[in-house]
Design a protein around this ligand. Structure first.
Ligand code: SF4
Length: 242
């Protein structure tokens, strides 16, 4: 177990260093503050990799997520840039669709995810060459084929996936061993955590991402739009955070 953990850490650091070497300051880690995000932040900070870390505050996150941001700041210093949606866009949407309009239609939900997540991410990724994600193969069927380095046609960047071979068990073993901060909702059967209003706890055996947008038809519940594989339907595909 210890050997395989060391191998995972070694592989992850190699890919992070490769990304930094190739793209220098045109590289960003977009962190969703997931458990694997805690591991990546720890590795980046402990090894002084000088990779910019960004997270999106949609304005609708659970208190526990803000507590994690604070805990990271306490432990590592101000290492995360927090990005926000455009206030004007949010105001117009809320006026037209209502404060919880995303429950009323898939179209409304996609509009909300676009304004609160995709547009801020587009702004963050503008002028970059590459970005790092915390996605793992074992998170869902749609993520099982993740490669180490991919072309991201949506943003026209290289996409690095250093956590792809970690399992959920590996991630939690690292978190426990290093006593890392993590989102307290994970202790309440929340697996994939996004906005407070669009995330719920799941039951044993359910797909880890089934706690997101649970009121919609399952066919639309693939990704949040931050990680889509085609330019087609860029704004309309079912919308990670990592
Ligand atoms: S997850 Fe829900 S609240 Fe958050 S941006 Fe998407 S629709 Fe809006």
């Amino acid at each position: 177990m210890e050997g395989s953990m060391n191998t995972l850490i070694h592989e992850t650091l190699l890919l992070l260093k490769e990304a930094k070497h190739q793209h220098a300051d045109k590289l960003i880690y977009s962190c969703s503050l997931s458990p694997q995000g805690m591991v990546l932040i720890d590795l980046i900070c402990q090894h002084n990799l000088a990779i910019r870390i960004v997270t999106l505050d949609t304005g609708r996150l659970p208190k526990a997520t803000y507590d994690v941001m604070d805990a990271i700041c306490e432990r590592y210093g101000k290492v995360i840039d927090i990005c926000f949606p455009n206030a004007e866009e949010v105001e117009v949407m809320v006026k037209e669709d209502g404060i919880n309009g995303f429950y009323r239609s898939v179209e409304n939900r996609k509009r909300c995810c676009a304004i609160r997540k995709i547009h801020p991410l587009q702004k963050v990724l503008k002028d970059q060459e590459a970005w790092i994600t915390g996605r793992r193969k074992d998170e869902s069927k749609s993520r099982s084929g993740i490669q180490a380095i991919e072309d991201d046609p949506v943003y026209g960047l290289k996409k690095y996936n250093p956590m792809r071979n970690w399992t959920e068990k590996d991630v939690w073993a690292y978190i426990r061993e290093h006593e890392l901060p993590y989102n307290a909702l994970h202790d309440e059967f929340y697996v994939s955590i996004g906005c407070d209003c669009c995330t719920r706890a799941i039951s044993v055996g359910e797909d880890p991402r089934s706690g997101r947008w649970w009121w919609e038809n399952k066919d639309t519940l693939v990704e949040c739009g931050l990680h889509v594989s085609s330019l087609k339907g860029r704004e309309n595909k079912s919308i990670d955070d990592d």
